[in-house]
Write a protein that binds this ligand. Structure first.
Ligand SMILES: C[S@@+](CC[C@H](N)C(=O)[O-])C[C@H]1O[C@@H](n2cnc3c(N)ncnc32)[C@H](O)[C@@H]1O
Length: 282
């Protein structure tokens, strides 16, 4: 059966999605909403997008409302996305943290991947650290001293991330063969991530727009390719909350294309090679 989305239904759903997730969908995205939600209409034998809207809006079935928002999220991600965060970690951040830990000046390192999608970002962080420790022959500090929290709005993406199982298409995006051999085991047509890497990351559902974030004292926050889905007004609300989770001198990575207006003026933009990152003043 094929359903079509009227302009009125588009407007209702557009508003609902923005309220729930912050994700802005312009009129040119009507087809996107129609196609992403068609499967839900079919699965629940609903007769129209209006019926779907009221079912989601009523919140009588919380899992249904979550499915609607989940279906709208764009979860594009890949391993070691963008080059700069990884060489900034290896050249600038990890040497300092490790030296401080070895000198007994710090207990651990706290890292938050705040829109982690299917896990490639936080697992890349864990692999980057593990590899750094190995290459530099550091034996008195282990990966367990690095606490990596990963959160996302999408329940289905978090389920995939927690499994740590990837298909051949995702494996071809951003991994070299040495890293695959070191950190993955092939099982049929899936690749399982190494247990040590998996154990280094803890996952949780957090909606950056609506939930309270309890994170604090983070040394590094990855907030990449998510702010771009929000309105300028919402970015101005979310960004201070994210920044608030950083410790003084903590570092924020955003996506390469995400121009950030820091109205709080508490971040210093720093550059290294061709990469840019932000450091909390103080
Ligand atoms: C394009 S992916 C980026 C993933 C990863 N950060 C990267 O750079 O590869 C955007 C992610 O943001 C999540 N997202 C969208 N709105 C969100 C919100 N309000 N709170 C938390 N996550 C959200 C989506 O579910 C999606 O997984």
């Amino acid at each position: 059966m094929s359903y079509s989305l009227s302009h009125r239904e588009f407007t209702m759903l557009q508003k609902y999605i923005e309220e729930q997730s912050g994700i802005i969908l312009g009129e040119e995205k009507a087809y996107f909403i129609e196609s992403r939600l068609a499967k839900i209409l079919e699965n629940y034998s609903l007769s129209s997008y209006e019926e779907l809207y009221y079912k989601a809006y009523s919140k009588k079935d919380a899992s249904f409302s979550k499915q609607v928002i989940d279906a709208i999220t764009t979860n594009e991600t890949y391993w070691f996305r963008d080059k700069s965060p990884w060489y900034i970690m290896e050249d600038l951040l990890l040497p300092v943290y490790i030296k401080e830990m070895q000198a007994g000046q710090r207990a651990d390192v706290r890292i938050w991947s705040s829109a982690c999608s299917s896990g490639q970002e936080p697992y890349s962080i864990a692999m980057c650290i593990d590899n750094y420790l190995r290459i530099n022959g550091i034996q008195n500090i282990g990966l367990e001293r690095f606490h990596i929290a990963a959160t996302d709005l999408s329940e289905s993406m978090l389920k995939l991330a927690i499994k740590g199982k990837y298909d051949s298409v995702s494996m071809e995006r951003g991994l070299d063969t040495v890293t695959v051999d070191r950190y993955f085991v092939k099982n049929g047509n899936q690749w399982l991530i190494d247990e040590k890497i998996k154990k280094a990351v803890s996952f949780q559902q957090i909606n950056l727009k609506r939930d309270h974030y309890y994170f604090d004292n983070c040394d590094i926050i990855f907030c990449r390719y998510v702010l771009m889905y929000f309105s300028e007004i919402l970015k101005e609300v979310i960004l201070p909350k994210v920044i608030n989770a950083l410790k003084p001198q903590g570092v924020l990575f955003t996506g390469a294309s995400e121009i950030m207006k820091d109205s709080t003026k508490c971040l210093e933009m720093e550059t290294y090679k061709d990469g840019v990152y932000f450091r909390l003043k103080g």
